[in-house]
Write a protein that binds this ligand. Structure first.
Ligand code: GCW
Length: 709
């Protein structure tokens, strides 16, 4: 469309006049070092840092600094590249003298204030870029510390080596679980042509892709998965055609100039579909030769920007090694061996469904539990945060505590597949940070504590290809995410992946401040508080106590709820919950301390009670005012509805106090509409759930008290 898209948190509108005067006095000149070795596009992240600072300072301060080659007597901003220290290289990578991934220490930066000059320095070009974005964030928030005083303003380095953003975009232009397309398509996912990059070569708006790269780099993302892991339809099956590879070259180079490496997700059956072979069985020599040649072609076209292939094998209808009598492990090792030749890795997804009545959680654990020591060094296993499927609350996946000699990538979902799509307010950093802080405990004394964040940062074995990834929530909406507030999930993911120990509330407040910069401090507090509460509110009006799968994606579907009686929540007339506490059950796959806690009905966190225990509805909850389970199901739903209605009231009360200047069109009305839809959906959800349990149990709440007939 001809209407411009929003620049989100990179909207460089003027700061207040007083701050602008001080700041522009400090940044009269900009010194950019020679960019040296040029990236594929001929542009390096250092060059991008200069470009971004010039635009940002001009926009926010009203004065463009002059670009000079060396400092003189005027106050200047200097970008400095320092030599990197081999001691800091990640162990595994150093042994194999791989140039990638960069060590987190090399990707870090510092910002330093001398009397006259401000210096951003790093040992890597992308580190300088990250530092530039940090300075711009501080100016956006009118931080006095960014201008005054002397000494170090900040020194920061990421903790995880890989920080990835995964598009589930299809080559035909649609997006799997993408809800940020045109408003009229908000329920009709398959129909929505909401990809900002596909169909290839038909970008309506070149600037979109460019701005996506800037937005991602600004929060420290260093890798992108270019297409849907359901890789064999919607045009994706042709991903590896020479024509597609050639047309992706420009995109790949563009992102690389922002420090973002590329990962491709090919269809397992590419040898047949693209190569015209009679089979895709990896054990057939022609198939192996085809893959080897294809990988060379990709590496040749993309250069160092290419770092790996991603596979989802033999689940949800996808072909895989199992189609040819090979195990998942053999499949991953097959590709890893070929990818080693070009310095790239094989990322293998753990998400899978069992057949028959097997517990999915246990099944996934058993499918991958023996990978330590068996998977090749350049394999990374990508595991969803929990064993179900991005539900409102899940136990952290036990594989994270079990595997210690395999690179593990933690997968989150920013797209709100199970969170009311782009209609509901759900700020996910709270959920993600609660998982990241979870202590899986270690199997290896003397290390006792091991949080999920530590595992994703390489863990005890300092695994080189560990990291954190998120499924994208980006689409063609002018505000990128459909719901204006959903951008907190894009921003928050990057910031958390960089420093997983940052409190979620700090990240969400920061997002509010950089996105709605000239708002009143009252409005900032109200907004931050809404975001902070939203996960729990959503949990209350959908599925409390960890039973999961209460709603079919974006609506309550009672047939689905009933079907899931057998596989998930196991509700009967008298009991509810999945008994994973029994000997040999999923709870026993955790390290001893954690297993004991989950297995005990007294110690199991009540938010996850029904994930591990089957209890009578009369079971009393100590952290919920001693309510019984059934009372709590009814009460939590009522309180969730009230809170969702409260969001509308809170929002209307700050009208005129929120700076919506980053958004085109009438963002206030759009947000109001979505909050209202959220509230009315919440009421409908709660009504369905009440009717479901009243029918099942014969008991309902009347005037706050449980009555049965
Ligand atoms: O939950 C399911 C989603 C699918 C997705 C799959 C996966 C890409 O509904 O849309 O497929 O998870 O993560 O592989």
């Amino acid at each position: 469309s001809s209407q411009p898209h929003s620049q989100l948190w990179l909207s460089y509108r003027p700061v207040s006049a007083g701050y602008a005067v001080h700041a522009s006095a400090r940044f009269q000149e900009l010194v950019c070092p020679e960019t040296g070795d040029l990236a594929l596009a001929g542009v390096s992240p250092l060059w991008r840092a200069c470009e971004e600072l010039l635009a940002g300072l001009e926009g926010m301060l009203g004065r463009r600094p002059s670009r000079v080659n060396a400092t003189g007597t005027a106050p200047a901003l200097l970008l400095q590249l320092q030599p990197s220290s081999p001691d800091d290289a990640i162990s595994g990578a150093a042994e194999r003298s791989l140039a990638w991934p960069p060590s987190p220490a090399d990707e870090g930066y510092s910002i330093h204030l001398n009397t006259l000059h401000t210096v951003i320095s790093s040992r890597s070009p992308q580190g300088v870029l990250y530092g530039a974005f940090e300075l711009l964030r501080r100016l956006r928030r009118e931080d006095p510390g960014a201008l005054a005083g002397g000494g170090e303003v900040v020194r920061s380095a990421p903790s995880a080596p890989l920080r990835h953003w995964d598009l589930w975009d299809n080559l035909d232009g649609s997006v799997e679980r993408g809800y940020a397309g045109p408003w009229q398509h908000r329920f009709d996912v398959a129909a929505a042509r909401s990809s900002v990059v596909y169909p290839l070569g038909q970008q309506r708006d070149e600037q979109r892709a460019h701005d996506l790269a800037r937005l991602l780099a600004s929060v420290g993302i260093n890798g992108i998965g270019w297409s849907n892991v359901n890789a064999c339809d919607h045009g994706n099956q042709h991903l590896l055609s020479s024509r597609n590879i050639a047309s992706m070259r420009a995109l790949v180079a563009l992102f690389y100039s922002y420090g973002i490496h590329s990962f491709l997700t090919p269809c397992f059956d590419s040898p047949q579909i693209v190569g015209g072979l009679f089979t895709s069985n990896p054990q057939v020599p022609e198939v192996k030769a085809w893959w080897a040649k294809k990988i060379e072609e990709v590496a040749g076209a993309f250069g160092d920007a290419f770092r790996g292939l991603v596979f989802k094998g033999n689940t949800e209808g996808q072909p895989g090694p199992g189609s040819h009598g090979m195990s998942q492990l053999q499949g991953a090792n097959f590709f890893a061996e070929l990818l080693e030749e070009v310095g790239a890795i094989c990322i293998w997804r753990a998400f899978s469904h069992p057949e028959g009545g097997v517990d999915q959680a246990l099944y996934q654990f058993q499918r991958f539990e023996n990978w330590d020591g068996e998977a090749r060094w350049n394999v990374a296993l990508k595991i969803k945060n929990g064993p179900y499927d991005f539900q409102v609350r899940e136990p952290v996946h036990s594989l994270f505590g079990h595997l210690s000699n395999t690179s593990l990538i933690l997968e989150f979902q920013a797209a709100q597949e199970y969170f009311g799509h782009a209609k509901h307010l759900v700020a996910l950093p709270s959920q993600w940070s609660s998982y990241l802080g979870f202590d899986l405990s270690s199997r290896f004394p003397p290390y006792n504590v091991q949080t999920l964040a530590q595992v994703a940062s390489g863990g005890i074995g300092r695994m080189p290809f560990s990291g954190i990834a998120a499924v994208s929530n980006i689409g063609t909406s002018r505000n990128w995410t459909g719901h204006v507030f959903s951008a907190v999930n894009t921003y928050g993911f990057g910031r958390l992946a960089w420093t997983p120990t940052t409190p979620a509330a700090d990240i969400m407040r920061e997002w509010v401040e950089v996105t709605f910069p000239r708002s009143s401090s009252y409005a900032v507090s109200v907004l931050t508080r809404m975001l902070q509460r939203s996960w729990e509110v959503y949990e209350n009006y959908t599925s409390s106590l960890g039973w999961g799968f209460a709603c079919a994606a974006n609506h309550y579907d009672l047939d689905d709820m009933d079907r899931r009686r057998h596989t998930d929540h196991r509700a009967s007339a008298t009991h509810i919950g999945y008994p994973r506490n029994a000997g040999g059950g999923y709870a026993s796959t955790y390290n001893a301390k954690v297993a004991a806690r989950f297995q005990s009905i007294e110690q199991c966190p009540e938010e996850l009670l029904l994930s591990f225990h089957q209890v009578p509805y009369t079971h009393r909850l100590r952290t919920k005012n001693n309510s019984t389970v059934l009372e709590w199901i009814y009460r939590s739903h009522m309180s969730g509805v009230n809170a969702a209605e409260g969001f509308v009231t809170d929002w209307l009360a700050i009208e005129g106090h929120v700076d919506l200047g980053s958004y085109p069109g009438d963002a206030f009305v759009d947000i109001t509409t979505r909050l209202e839809i959220g509230a009315s959906d919440a009421a409908a959800f709660a009504k369905s759930i009440r009717e479901y349990f009243e029918t099942l149990t014969g008991c309902g709440l009347r005037d706050g008290r449980l009555q049965c007939h």
